[in-house]
Design a protein around this ligand. Structure first.
Ligand code: TEU
Ligand code: CA
Length: 559
């Protein structure tokens, strides 16, 4: 089925991590007033949609991904009035607002869970997943994503509840239709408020394998839970029901964060018939990095290999064609900074490699996502003490691997955090070169990256050669050229160890894109015989037959 035109296919999305974006009331924590004040900055950048990481009432065990009231705002972020003002201001600037929908789990402080754990007979008992232990052990060997068992024993009622993430994030039981009714009511309530869509947190995990089998061993103590919780037997049934009962009634954008998704599954979640979600995030390309593996799991780091990375990206580009819509991202609040990881954040190459990666991504097919600070070329942070870390994933890993199992030294694990940790993306937005990077008058909740004096929005907005100005141009190009949105994808130079190149095709036109991942000149003759317009490049002058270090070019020409 051919691509039907949709506003969200033509859009560029900007992700805000509210805690770290802008502090409006001077307490060191970002908030809704801070966001509202900076909306003109986003309108200037030219993005269409803002995705807000969770802003609901939460005890913040996982920075808002643990919700205790879906219809209220986190105290630190402001009030529902602040939200309404922000939404109105955004709409008046032509910006849409997409909410993060976290419904695989709630907080253990959500009234549903408080009821559920109060007794086995409570009407809310079946809102969550409770099981008996096996010989004094948890029901299965599953390890939670954030270390330790995925099951927590509840003294009061003598059973275990499932939590795929922290023990303060109990999983909802989607097999219970009352859970689905409650979630769909809540979603309708937000849609009626006028929001423009949902990003759905780990929505691929809402249907569990009813057999609850043991997982394949991970580190000797625990087993992997992903095969039994991701893409489960009823997930598509539930999403179709959600679509029928809520999504189809509004002209909204939806994107599923689908942990463990394969291409075949993605074709179902984001099918072009529109019976489930608009698009999905997959993880294959951001899981390519680990060339050094001091310990298990995500903590292996090392520069990703272009060949592997390209093979994954190309496969998704080609296989989703005509079947489903994709999303394009390298950065988000769960990933290290892309310029540090895939580019080169040394002084000489930071800007040019950030622009190269942006070109590579924004000229592909799919809806691009820009994560706050990415448009400035913000970099990773160097963690030298666990006291600088705020992420529950890092803190738990430190406890498990350094303090308890002693499988890695503190120094080595901090190196892993500096390369791969989620806190890299969560340091405050760098607005200007004043104290705390202009993020807050008070001490920020998480350290500021000391490079804010050189890397900040104030300096970049007025500089036509900045990373910011380059993103502005990329976004404008997408809005003005259907070929960037709807053109088909053709891989080029698939054996090259240095250059990522491809073509896009639409209506007798060809867009040729080449991006160098190398810090030296590389031969490339793709542009020599083309007569067309250069849409964008991160270099002012070119060398014939050569791509210079991290050079990127996109040229539009007739077929
Ligand atoms: O992430 C879920 C997920 O599958 C991963 O991105 C995971 O968080 C990461 O690999 C850990 O390193 C979502 C949210 O984006 C994340 O911030 C939350 O912590 C998580 O769900 C639980 O809600
Ligand atoms: Ca604040």
């Amino acid at each position: 089925m051919a691509d039907t035109r949709k506003w969200w296919k033509e859009a560029v999305v900007y992700q805000i991590y509210p805690r770290s974006f802008a502090d409006g009331n001077g307490d060191g924590i970002g908030d809704l007033i801070g966001i509202t004040e900076h909306l003109p900055y986003l309108a200037d950048l030219g993005v269409d949609v803002i995705w807000l990481s969770p802003i609901y009432k939460s005890p913040n065990d996982d920075n808002g991904y643990d919700i205790s009231d879906y219809r209220d705002i986190m105290t630190e972020f402001g009030t529902m009035d602040d939200f309404d003002r922000m939404l109105e201001r955004a709409h008046s600037l032509g910006l849409k607002i997409v909410m993060d929908l976290v419904v695989n789990h709630t907080s253990d402080e959500h009234p549903w869970f408080i009821e559920s754990r109060s007794s086995r007979e409570n009407p809310y008992r079946d809102f969550y997943i409770w099981k008996d232990g096996k010989d004094g052990m948890p029901p299965t060997n599953w390890q939670s994503v954030f270390s330790g068992s995925a099951w927590e024993y509840d003294e009061g009622t003598g059973q275990y509840y499932l939590h795929c993430f922290t023990k303060k994030q109990p999983d909802l039981n989607w097999d219970n239709e009352k859970v689905r009714d409650s979630v769909f009511d809540m979603m309708t309530w937000w849609c009626e408020k006028g929001i423009d869509g949902f990003r759905m947190d780990v929505i691929s995990m809402i249907s569990k394998d009813p057999a609850y089998p043991e997982g394949p061993a991970t580190d000797g103590i625990y087993g992997d839970l992903i095969p039994y919780v991701a893409n489960g037997p009823r997930v598509h049934e539930y999403l179709k029901e959600m679509n029928r009962r809520v999504l189809s009634k509004y002209d909204i954008m939806t994107v599923g964060e689908t942990a463990g998704v394969t291409i075949d599954e993605a074709k179902k979640y984001a099918n072009n018939e529109g019976t489930e979600l608009g698009m999905v995030f997959h993880f294959e390309h951001v899981d390519t990095g680990a060339t050094t593996t001091p310990i298990l799991g995500k903590w292996g780091y090392g520069r990703p290999d272009l060949k592997k990375f390209r093979a994954i990206m190309n496969k998704w580009q080609l296989e989703l064609e005509g079947a489903a819509w994709g999303s394009l991202y390298l950065d988000n609040h769960d990933q290290p900074r892309m310029v540090s990881r895939f580019g080169n954040d040394c002084e000489k190459y930071r800007e040019v490699s950030a622009k190269m990666l942006a070109t590579m991504l924004h000229m592909m097919k799919g809806t691009p996502y820009v994560y706050q600070g990415e448009e400035l070329g913000m970099t990773n942070f160097t963690f030298t003490s666990v006291s600088d870390c705020r992420d529950v994933e890092e803190i738990n890993a430190y406890r498990q691997y350094v303090e308890e199992n002693k499988v890695i030294s503190a120094e080595e694990l901090l190196k892993c955090f500096s390369a791969m940790g989620r806190d890299n993306a969560r340091t405050p937005m760098q607005w200007d070169d004043s104290g705390n990077a202009g993020f807050s008058a008070a001490k920020p909740w998480i350290p500021v990256n000391p490079n804010y004096k050189e890397i900040n929005a104030k300096a970049e907005v007025s500089d036509p050669y900045s990373v910011f100005s380059y993103y502005k141009k990329l976004i404008r190009l997408r809005h003005g050229n259907d070929i960037i949105v709807y053109g088909t994808f053709e891989p080029l130079l698939t054996d090259s160890g240095d250059i990522y190149a491809y073509r896009r095709h639409l209506d007798g036109m060809t867009l040729t894109v080449a991006c160098s991942w190398a810090d030296h000149d590389c031969p490339c003759d793709l542009f020599e015989s083309l007569s067309g317009d250069e849409l964008i490049s991160n270099y002012g002058t070119h060398k014939p037959g050569i791509l210079q270090p991290y050079e990127a070019r996109a040229v539009l020409s007739p077929d």
